[in-house]
Design a binder for this molecule. Structure first.
Ligand code: FES
Ligand code: FES
Length: 162
């Protein structure tokens, strides 16, 4: 099938089999390898991207379902000025990563939630959605909380999360 994926505001015309999953299309067809694949069955969340502003497991979606729908991946977090996204700065400041394999998924999970004015309990619930083998989750929770507070207080320089 001929489709066009719109990823980080760029158009990627593709010819894919109907069974092609979004994660493979992003990585192998679009060359956007920042989206990681861990379990490939919807458990770990390493493959999380935003589809129409909502965080989804890209290993569970078909590329053809996303034809013409705006997609944002971790490559699209950096602003047009080249500055890191407030979430990226918060992960760095709070040491919210070690090996970094899970990090793109956590960043996109959090990016999809920042506009919802998360409470501390909601951040804790959010962090449980994805798996990390390294950090013990607490630095990730602190990083997302830090970015959420800055976002709510208008101190992150962005009116929207992405
Ligand atoms: S690779 Fe998609 S949830 Fe694990
Ligand atoms: S930082 Fe290594 S899996 Fe999360």
């Amino acid at each position: 099938m001929r489709i066009t994926l719109t990823v980080n505001d760029a158009a990627y015309p593709l010819e894919v089999e109907p069974r092609r999953v979004l994660a493979d299309a992003l990585r192998d067809d679009c060359g956007l390898t920042g989206t990681h694949l861990g379990c490939e069955q919807g458990v770990c969340g390493a493959c999380t991207v935003l589809v129409d502003g909502e965080a989804v497991r890209s290993c569970l979606m078909l590329a053809v379902q996303c034809d013409g729908v705006p997609i944002r991946t971790v490559e699209g977090l950096t602003g047009p000025d080249g500055q890191p996204h407030p979430l990226q700065r918060a992960f760095s400041a709070e040491r919210g990563l070690q090996c970094g394999f899970c990090t793109p998924g956590f960043l996109m999970l959090a990016a999809g939630a920042l506009d919802h004015d998360l409470s501390e309990n909601e951040v804790a619930d959010l962090v449980r959605s994805n798996l990390c083998r390294c950090t013990g989750y607490e630095p990730i929770r602190r990083a997302i909380t830090r970015a959420a507070h800055a976002h709510q207080n208008g101190q992150d320089g962005r009116h929207r999360s992405v």
